[in-house]
Design a protein around this ligand. Structure first.
Ligand code: CP
Ligand code: NVA
Length: 337
């Protein structure tokens, strides 16, 4: 998606949340001024969405199922052991068959090539729910959260970028400390295009693979990215500090090696103080979280936006379902808020 399309998705998510939160979970939302009774229309009525998941999920699956229900449609969870795919049937044939009955496919796969294969043969839109290389819906939820929390950051509002339909957000310095995995990869191709600087600390062996970096360069994002192996250097001047698991799904056999390699990468108050993060820095993590990546003081403390971002998984995925699956005759180029 282009930056304008990303803003369009965020704006749709913000609108759905404003008008829909009163009808869903009472936790945290909506603020008083957002309470109203204009429930978003059931744009997925009579439609089914296939959730083709070959890996575990809590947030992404919940977000997808609750979103489909809220939009009046039906999400069908197709786990690895439920269907013929991978045992008796190819991705190509599965994509065609699912597309004959469903309005969209939300797929969590192992190797990224599986998503490409699905997209190539599916007659309906395919949305990436996480692959070995990318996790685009996570970054949309993180961005929506940062926009909503813009008042927490120190930059004067005059610097805020034009963001129609969502609260304005001034350019931020975002630090990432940890493994170069799918969530970071989407940050690399998204944050610089949205006006934010990235500072990343990752051991040399665990830097982004060339296929990801080629895309970063192709999109012109590399100029706003600093890489180092030193976590303290990465968090310097950071408004936001982000991390992810050191052992992504599918890497369990590398656990011991990775635990060793990432020693010194735990996000703590001390690390960020010594490194010179902004006094008011905030914390994000896609979850699920292990305490070796970030200690309890940060994770459960006032800096942490992790559960706000987890809640926003639903609103951003709902926006994508609405824009891409409910109105799927629209091409992504024609997304508007
Ligand atoms: N953040 C995220 O994608 O969580 P799940 O793996 O639980 O879906
Ligand atoms: N990098 C993690 C993200 C989980 C949401 C993984 O792929 O397991």
């Amino acid at each position: 998606l282009s930056p304008a399309q990303i803003v369009g998705v965020l704006a749709r998510a913000h609108t759905l949340k404003k008008h829909g939160a009163a009808y869903l979970s009472p936790i945290g939302w909506p603020p008083r001024e957002f309470i109203n009774h204009r429930r978003p229309g059931p744009t997925l009525r009579n439609k089914s969405i296939a959730l083709l998941f070959s890996k575990r999920s809590t947030r992404t699956r919940l977000a997808a199922e609750t979103s489909a229900t809220f939009l009046g449609g039906n999400a069908i969870f197709l786990g690895q052991d439920d269907i013929q795919l991978g045992v008796n049937e190819s991705l190509r044939d599965s994509a065609r068959v699912i597309g004959g009955m469903c309005s969209g496919i939300f797929a969590r796969v192992d190797d990224h090539s599986e998503i490409e294969e699905l997209a190539k043969y599916s007659p309906v839109p395919v949305l990436n729910a996480l692959s070995s290389l990318w996790h685009p819906t996570q970054v949309l939820a993180d961005l929506l959260t940062l926009h909503e929390k813009h008042r927490l950051f120190e930059k004067p509002l005059e610097l805020a970028r034009e963001t129609p339909g969502i609260p304005p957000l001034s350019p931020l310095t975002v630090a990432y400390v940890g493994d170069s995995a799918n969530v970071l990869h989407d940050m690399l191709v998204t944050y610089p295009r949205m006006g934010h600087k990235l500072r990343i600390a990752s051991p040399d062996k665990y830097r982004a693979p060339s296929e990801v970096w080629d895309r970063v360069v192709q999109l012109g994002c590399d100029k706003d990215i600093v890489w180092t192996a030193d976590p303290k250097e990465a968090v310097h001047n950071a408004d936001v500090v982000v991390t992810d698991t050191w052992i992504s799904m599918g890497q369990e056999a590398e656990k011991e090696e990775r635990l060793q390699a990432f020693q010194g990468y735990q996000v703590t108050e001390a690390l960020c103080k010594e490194g010179g993060a902004k006094e008011n820095w905030k914390f994000l993590h896609c979850l699920p979280r292990k305490s070796h990546e970030v200690d309890d003081e940060v994770f459960y403390g006032p800096r942490s936006l992790v559960f706000d971002a987890a809640d926003n998984r639903m609103w951003t995925i709902m926006a994508l379902f609405d824009l891409l699956f409910a109105r799927w005759s629209l091409s992504p180029e024609r997304i508007t808020a």
